[in-house]
Each structure stands twice: as structure tokens, then as C-alpha cells.
Write a protein that binds this ligand. Structure first.
Ligand SMILES: *[C@@H]1O[C@H](CO)[C@@H](O)[C@H](O)[C@H]1NC(C)=O
Ligand SMILES: *[C@@H]1O[C@H](CO)[C@@H](O)[C@H](O)[C@H]1NC(C)=O
Ligand SMILES: *[C@@H]1O[C@H](CO)[C@@H](O)[C@H](O)[C@H]1NC(C)=O
Ligand SMILES: *[C@@H]1O[C@H](CO)[C@@H](O)[C@H](O)[C@H]1NC(C)=O
Ligand SMILES: *[C@@H]1O[C@H](CO)[C@@H](O)[C@H](O)[C@H]1NC(C)=O
Length: 617
């Protein structure tokens, strides 16, 4: 593989870069990036295509007895995982008649079987759709069908969620399999027995002969700016790019990598698991993040690299202090969303751990890595980065929620040090593939006529700032999504559910900051139907039935009417600023009380209990 032309191209890039390198970390980092870029280019040219699965199989040959994953006291070696995935592939081939290109939805909690099911599907050339285990009913059906899956694989823990939608799945002729020896629900087929009996012989490469670097490898769901979750199409090229993050920040084959994030998100799946497969290191997988078990796990398994999101670092800092806090081998932490204060506290308490902040969206065409010593920055722009990921910050009107355009209809570059919307130019090298089965949604993330008439950019929906030294800071998201407990929530999806409640006419959903918490918690300003009172019990029922816990509006503000902008978008900025303190707001406020299982009037007493954290959010 590889071509002379590319070598010349990269050599010239290297020379240019070495000339304009400003300090050592830039050079070291860029050198590593160049090596990785050369590797990806090689993979692109390889015939037949060399996928992450092929890389895993090579690893399994090289170090069959190395531990692939530790999970709840059990461990599996590379060889065992290889064999197990072959069995899964054969069982599915026989039972579901799977063929190359058939999409299979995985609806499983974090578990080693998640990993070998994915690898088994890859052996058949089948893309996997990674369903969020928190979603239910309407959302679940939508996620399932929008990627065109014909097969669903689940586990006993999630049986009730599947049962709820089973009649519709049956109507659509979907095969549902459960990773269990038996299942009493008609229409759900137990698979474990079949897997046990299947042969563990390697599967022919012919089965996946048509897979190329541009084929879909995965569907990963992102909470959209519009309505229901969207299935981002993740091609094999994108898988390679994302799993090289571990390599880019210096994780090695000898590291032990701790995955405590859900595997249905790209952080856990691509950066965590796929990255570890790429490095050929050992993973420690956790069913769910647990602050109280975190350091014990790290000690028990000799973890050297951990993954985080802002919330998890905060939970770790909030846990009771122990003498053993600094006793562990963790040397590197990678993730995103750490705040300066938490970061400092984390290091003081848990010792000298290098932090690597990453920025990137599953479907986006731009990413940043913090590889320098700047607290608070998500990354730094260097010439190489600009070359591979052309991008711009443009001025954004927060009130109207749209980019500001000049008299020629073009966007306006934000000045240095000014907050702007990050947009990534769509090029061959940084493509934007879009979402499954929904052109409207894909189109919504495209921005045209940005710097020139006819150009095309990907709209990240993130407001950022680049300072005079080229450091990049994440500031906020634009108003149509908010982030709570590590999950992104689309405000319009929540709004759609709220308006199904009997008493609610319109809803304007947004996120509000609560001191001592990462992200923003859901809140909604609503108007009521004429002559009706707010029906607390009914609103609670709708919200709890249709929304995962992190997406539920914990605060409701009843307004006589909702303010809209000139373009009929609902105004949020002022509402966000006003928050939920009953002392400052004359509108009636309600609080979702999880003990009483209804909305209750938000009193000063409740407000104070929230602020003093007697009431946990
Ligand atoms: C690969 O594509 C060719 C041509 O489109 C087709 O005939 C063949 O059946 C495909 N192979 C598999 C395994 O799907
Ligand atoms: C695509 O998304 C738009 C906006 O959310 C929605 O109105 C439309 O129904 C969706 N179409 C399909 C086919 O899912
Ligand atoms: C962790 O390291 C110690 C000392 O190097 C070793 O004795 C122990 O077996 C290791 N634990 C695991 C789970 O590998
Ligand atoms: C960026 O990386 C440097 C070097 O490892 C680290 O000291 C700094 O805290 C990081 N910043 C963040 C926000 O992680
Ligand atoms: C809200 O009220 C509290 C107490 O009455 C006051 O301290 C605070 O400044 C007010 N906040 C706003 C945004 O008006």
C-alpha cells in the first residue's frame, strides 16, 4: 500500500511545519499526528481494505494470551474474545441469516459481550447501531428504525424496554434476540445456547469482501438539535480517525485503559474500546461509572489511563477524602468537559495525572486535542491542524440562534478572543457524512455561503473562543441542546413530549445552571390551554414515560405567553439567565419531585434544599 506521491506530500508538510513550529510540544505532537496521518492514508489505499477488525485479528495472533478486558472480576484474553466473536457471528449467521451490509442494533449495557458482539458483526461485514440504553418507547423505535436495522440484540436487563415496543417490532418483521439461555416472552429468541454450540473457527474474509473505508461501520446516536435522536453515520474511515486519539495522546500497548463511560457513545466506544483495540492494550470495563469504586478498581487492575467527562471528575472530587487517594498508577486522563477549578482540585487530591482534553462530535468533521499545559483550553490550533481540519469561528446571534450575516449574505469571522460558532469546512479530507435516513437533519447541520458563495461547512453548534496564542476554549452550546449528566438533550424533543400533556399548550425548553453541577439541568417555560390549571400528575406521567431521567425538565415555569423572535423562534436567553429561583421570578414555578412522583410548587424551602444539596438532582 501507499504511494510515492503521498510521501512527497507529507515530507513537504513536515518541512513547512518544522519551520514554523513555535515550541516543543507543538512539534512533538505534530510529529505524532503526521505519523498517524500517514497510517490512515496507507489504510485508505490498502486493497483489500484493512479494518479495525483486521487489526484486532492481527493483535490476537501476536498476543493471544494478553488480557483484552477485565470485567467484574472476570477476564478475557485476546484469543478468547476472537473465538467468542466468531461464535456470535456464526450463531447470528445461522439464526438471523445475516449478510454483509445488514444493520444490527445493539441494545446492551456495558459488558464484554457488547465487545464481542460488535466484533462478530464486523466479521460478517454488518454495521452495528449502538442504541442508548436509557431510551424507551417512541424514541427507541425511532432510533431502531431510522438506521434500517432488521435485527435487535438485547439482554435480560433491558427486556422490559424491548417488551414495551415488541408489538411494533413484530409488525415490522424485526428479529429480536436476547443474550440469555431462555426467554419466556414469545417473539424474543434466546441466543446464548446457540452461541455456545457454534464453532469458533475463523470466518472467511470473503464474507466482508465488499467493505471499504467508506462503508458504514456504526450508527451512533446523537441528541439532535431537532427532535428525536439522530443516527450519525460512522464510516470505517471515521472509526480509524477516532480510535487514533489514544495513540495521539501517547497511550501505549502496555497501558491499562479504564472505560467507565457507556459504550453506546463515541467516547466510550470509539475513543475507549476502539482506541484500545488499535493500541492492543488491556481494558478494564465498568458497567456504570461509580465514584466510590473508581480508585479501588484502578488499584486492583493497575489502571494507567482513565477516561472522563466533566461530570465524572466532579463526582470523584465530591467523594469523601481517603488516605489512599494518591495510591494508584493512573498517569493519564483523557476526556472532555473538565472545568479549571475541578481540574486543579482533582490534581491536588489524586496526584500528578496528565490531562488530555479532547473536543469532537461523533458526526463532526473537526476535533481538537489539548496537548499543552494550558488549563481550560480544549486544544490548540497549529498549522497542521488547520491544514487537516479547515475551520472558522463565525459571529453568532445568541438571541436569534443563527449566524450573523453581512450585506452580501456571508458569515462574519469572529475576532481573536471573541466568542463564535465553530464551523468546519467540508472537504474530501474532512467529510461530513450526515445522518441515516434523514436528509432534513443532515441539511440542518450544513451551513452554506460561509466565507464564499457556494462553500459548505459543518455547523458544530458549539460556541468557542480562540485566544491570541491559538488556544481554543469551549464556551457553550447554542440553545437548541443542553447537556446534563453527560448526555446531550435536544430541547425540541423535550418540548414535543411536554405538549402531549393535557394542560400544556406550548413549551419552550432550555437548560439552566445549578451551582456545583456540570452542565445545565432541564427547565421549561410553558403556556397552559385556555381555562386550564397546570395538571402536575399528568405532566409528570408524560415526562417520565417518554423521556430518560437526564432529559426530564426538573423545573417548569408557567407563563401567560411565550416570547418569540422576529423569525418565530422562542426566546431563551433571558429565561436561561433568570434561572429557577422563586425569589426572583413572579411566574408560578414547579419542581419535578422524584419522591412524590409528581410536579410540586417550587417553594423557597425546596429551592434552598437544592442549593444546599439536601435534594439531589
Ligand atoms: C459483493 O458485491 C458483489 C457485486 O456487487 C456481489 O455480487 C457480491 O455478492 C457481494 N458480496 C457479498 C459478500 O455481499
Ligand atoms: C427528519 O427530521 C425532521 C426534523 O426533525 C422530521 O420532521 C422528519 O419527520 C424526519 N424524517 C424522517 C424520515 O425521519
Ligand atoms: C498489578 O500489579 C502488581 C504489581 O506489579 C501485580 O502483582 C498484580 O498482579 C497486578 N494486577 C493485575 C490485575 O494485573
Ligand atoms: C491541557 O494539557 C496540559 C498538559 O497535559 C494540562 O496540564 C492541562 O491541564 C490541560 N488542560 C485541560 C483543561 O485539561
Ligand atoms: C435573586 O434573588 C436573590 C435573593 O433575593 C438575590 O440575591 C439575587 O441577586 C437575585 N438574582 C437575580 C438574577 O436577580
Amino acid at each position: 500500500c501507499g504511494e510515492a506521491q503521498d510521501a512527497v506530500f507529507f515530507r513537504s508538510v513536515v518541512i513547512v511545519l518544522l519551520c514554523c513550529c513555535c515550541f516543543f510540544t507543538d512539534c512533538a505532537y505534530m510529529w505524532r499526528s503526521i505519523k498517524l496521518a500517514i497510517r490512515i492514508t496507507k489504510y485508505k489505499k490498502c486493497k483489500p481494505f484493512y479494518s479495525l477488525l483486521d487489526h484486532f485479528l492481527d493483535g490476537a495472533k501476536r498476543h493471544p494470551d494478553k488480557v483484552f478486558v477485565h470485567f467484574e472480576g472476570r477476564q478475557c484474553t485476546y484469543e478468547e474474545v476472537d473465538k467468542q466473536s466468531a461464535k456470535v457471528a456464526r450463531a447470528l449467521q445461522a439464526e438471523a441469516k445475516l449478510q454483509e451490509g445488514d444493520v444490527v442494533a445493539i441494545f446492551l449495557p456495558n459488558n464484554p459481550s457488547y465487545m464481542w458482539t460488535f466484533l462478530g458483526l464486523a466479521k460478517l461485514g454488518c454495521p452495528a447501531a449502538l442504541l442508548n440504553t436509557n431510551i424507551r418507547s417512541k424514541s427507541l423505535l425511532h432510533c431502531f428504525s431510522c438506521c434500517g436495522a432488521k435485527v435487535l440484540i438485547t439482554s435480560p436487563e433491558l427486556l422490559s424496554a424491548v417488551e414495551e415496543v415488541l408489538p411494533t417490532l413484530k409488525e415490522q418483521d424485526i428479529s429480536v434476540f436476547i443474550l440469555a439461555d431462555s426467554c419466556s416472552v414469545p417473539g424474543i429468541h434466546p441466543l446464548s445456547g446457540k452461541i455456545k454450540k457454534a464453532s469458533d473457527e475463523p470466518l472467511s474474509k470473503e464474507l466482508r469482501a465488499n467493505v471499504t473505508i467508506r462503508s458504514t461501520a456504526l450508527y451512533i446516536y446523537t441528541s439532535g438539535t431537532t427532535g428525536l435522536p439522530k443516527a450519525a453515520v460512522v464510516t470505517h474511515e471515521r472509526v480509524w480517525a477516532a480510535c487514533l486519539f489514544q495513540a495521539a495522546v501517547g497511550v501505549t500497548t502496555d497501558d491499562i485503559f479504564y472505560i467507565n463511560l457507556p459504550l453506546y457513545h463515541s467516547a466510550g466506544f470509539l475513543i475507549g474500546m476502539a482506541g484500545s483495540i488499535e493500541r492492543g492494550n488491556t481494558m478494564v470495563l465498568k458497567k456504570k461509572f461509580s465514584a466510590s469504586q473508581f480508585w479501588d478498581d484502578c488499584r486492583k487492575y493497575n489502571v494507567t489511563v482513565m477516561q472522563y467527562i466533566g461530570e465524572t471528575l466532579r463526582y470523584l472530587c465530591n467523594s469523601p477524602k481517603k488516605d489512599t487517594d494518591k495510591q494508584h498508577k493512573v498517569r493519564l486522563a483523557m476526556g472532555n468537559g473538565v472545568r479549571t477549578d475541578i481540574w486543579t482540585e482533582f490534581l491536588n487530591r489524586f496526584g500528578d495525572i496528565q490531562m488530555r482534553e479532547l473536543y469532537g462530535a461523533t458526526e463532526g468533521n473537526i476535533g481538537f486535542i489539548n496537548y499543552t499545559n494550558k488549563i481550560g483550553a480544549v486544544g490548540r490550533i497549529n498549522p497542521l491542524h488547520k491544514f487537516f481540519f479547515p475551520h472558522t469561528l463565525i459571529k453568532f446571534d445568541v438571541e436569534k440562534e443563527e449566524p450573523i450575516r453581512n450585506s452580501e449574505g456571508l458569515c462574519v469571522k469572529a475576532a481573536r478572543g471573541e466568542i463564535g460558532l465553530l464551523v468546519g469546512k467540508v472537504t474530501k479530507r474532512s467529510p461530513f457524512v450526515g445522518y441515516a435516513a434523514n436528509k432534513t437533519q443532515t441539511e440542518k447541520k450544513r451551513l452554506r455561503d460561509v466565507m464564499k458563495k457556494g462553500d459548505l461547512y459543518f455547523n458544530t453548534g458549539d460556541l468557542m473562543l480562540i485566544d491570541s496564542e491559538n488556544f481554543v476554549y469551549f464556551m457553550d452550546r447554542v440553545g437548541d441542546t443542553f447537556r446534563w449528566k453527560g448526555e446531550n438533550v435536544a430541547t425540541s424533543e423535550v418540548g414535543d413530549i411536554l405538549t402531549t400533556a393535557n394542560s400544556i399548550l406550548e413549551a419552550n425548553v432550555y437548560g439552566v445552571k445549578v451551582e456545583g453541577h456540570e452542565g445545565r439541568i432541564g427547565m421549561a417555560a410553558v403556556t397552559l390551554k385556555e381555562g386550564e390549571d397546570f395538571d402536575c400528575a399528568d405532566a409528570y406521567k408524560q415526562v417520565v414515560n417518554y423521556l430518560p431521567a437526564y432529559a426530564r425538565p426538573r423545573f417548569i415555569r408557567i407563563q401567560p405567553c411565550l416570547e418569540v423572535t422576529g423569525t418565530f423562534k422562542m426566546k431563551k436567553v433571558k429565561l436561561v439567565e433568570e434561572g429557577f429561583n422563586p425569589a426572583n421570578i413572579s411566574d408560578p414555578l414547579y419542581f419535578l419531585d422524584t419522591d412524590k412522583k409528581t410536579y410540586v410548587p417550587l417553594t423557597e424551602k425546596i429551592y434552598n434544599a437544592i442549593m444546599s444539596r439536601e435534594i439531589k438532582l
